[in-house]
Design a binder for this molecule. Structure first.
Ligand code: NDP
Length: 300
């Protein structure tokens, strides 16, 4: 069965619209997201446009700040600091990648953790790893896929848990294989799956016999960036397959990391590319913005 991230994302965005409208009544204002883009890289411009459109749909206020590619790190961090201190700003996102002369880690650290809607700030990442939420008390649904960690969870892994919730399959005790160990997808995903009582293996570029490792998986999640790396001999019959990868092929089309046509009849559930994980990532960014707003209101 196909898991349509596009359809689930549409459902979630309608729900968020209502949440935001209710917030406007309750607090007299709506969440406010600021997206900073440095330089005008065409791929980044598309991602930023998608985020602004999603915000508009959800009735979240948003502002796009386009800065010149030759801005210094200090100037960029100065802009971030101004937004950190602006009480009307709830979420700050810096579109990655940044030009080579700017250290991304410094910039991510410059964003105040409570306004870090991407969940990349070390405080948020550490909180995810060190906090043991009350998983038993939490019923995962597409609307509420993760228990309360009290911090921002990276958008892509959070969206994947929503996709998994849509299958109705119980995760407790399942074997999960996460291919890829990046800070933004693989690592947080592995922790979230562990917390859902999965037995998790993390594979990477040094993993020996990747197909054999993947065949162990009841839940296979792939975030590598290599088109069709995962072939039919990597899939255990009945597995749930989540394809995070997006690559543009020479003919201009998009491809995931999974050979979709070859794997779709072996898997019980599978995400397409496009229309799978991508729309969920943007949607979870909206949810994170709403959550940052809510947490800041509760504190003040
Ligand atoms: P990174 O480049 O940061 O990480 C890639 C990971 O893949 C690394 O851990 C690397 O291993 C591993 N890897 C590389 N080659 C192999 C191999 N042959 N076998 C097994 N593992 C391998 O990528 P990201 O996590 O940022 O993104 C991965 C993909 O997902 C990209 O296509 C990206 O565009 C896409 N993406 C999509 C999103 C969405 O919303 N749909 C969101 C985020 C990413 P090692 O650590 O050893 O180098």
């Amino acid at each position: 069965m196909i898991i349509s991230g596009k359809d689930i994302a549409a459902q979630l965005r309608s729900d968020m619209q209502q949440q935001v409208d209710a917030m406007a009544e309750l607090y007299g204002r709506t969440p406010n997201l600021v997206v900073i883009q440095v330089g005008d890289d065409p791929a980044s411009s598309i991602y930023v446009r998608n985020k602004m459109r999603a915000a508009e749909f959800c009735h979240i206020r948003s502002q796009h700040i386009l800065l010149p590619a030759d801005i210094t790190e200090q100037e960029l961090c100065g802009q971030i600091d101004r937004l950190n201190n602006d009480d009307d700003v709830d979420g700050i996102l810096v579109q990655l990648p940044l030009p080579a002369h700017i250290n991304e880690e410094h910039v991510i650290r410059a964003i105040r953790a409570e306004k870090d809607v991407d969940g990349f700030h070390p405080t948020n990442a550490a909180h995810l790893w060190l906090h043991q939420p009350l998983v038993k008390a939490h019923v995962a649904t597409i609307y509420n896929p993760v228990p309360d960690y009290g911090c921002t969870i990276a958008c892509t892994p959070k969206g994947i848990l929503s996709l998994l919730a849509s299958t109705g399959v119980e995760l407790d005790g399942k074997r999960a294989v996460m291919v890829g160990r990046s800070d933004i997808v693989g690592k947080p995903m592995a922790k979230l799956l562990m917390d859902r009582q999965c037995t998790v293996t993390v594979a990477h570029s040094h993993t020996r016999d990747l197909p054999a490792v993947c065949r162990e998986a009841d839940i296979l999640i792939v975030a590598v960036g290599k088109p069709k790396l995962i072939t039919c001999d990597c899939i255990k019959p009945g597995a749930i397959v989540i394809d995070v990868g997006i690559s543009r092929l020479p003919d201009g089309s998009l491809s995931g990391d999974v050979d979709y046509e070859a794997c779709k009849d072996i898997a019980s559930f599978i995400t397409p590319v496009p229309g799978g994980v991508g729309p969920m990532t943007v949607t979870m960014l909206m949810q994170n913005t709403i959550d940052c707003f809510r947490r800041r209101r509760v504190k003040s």
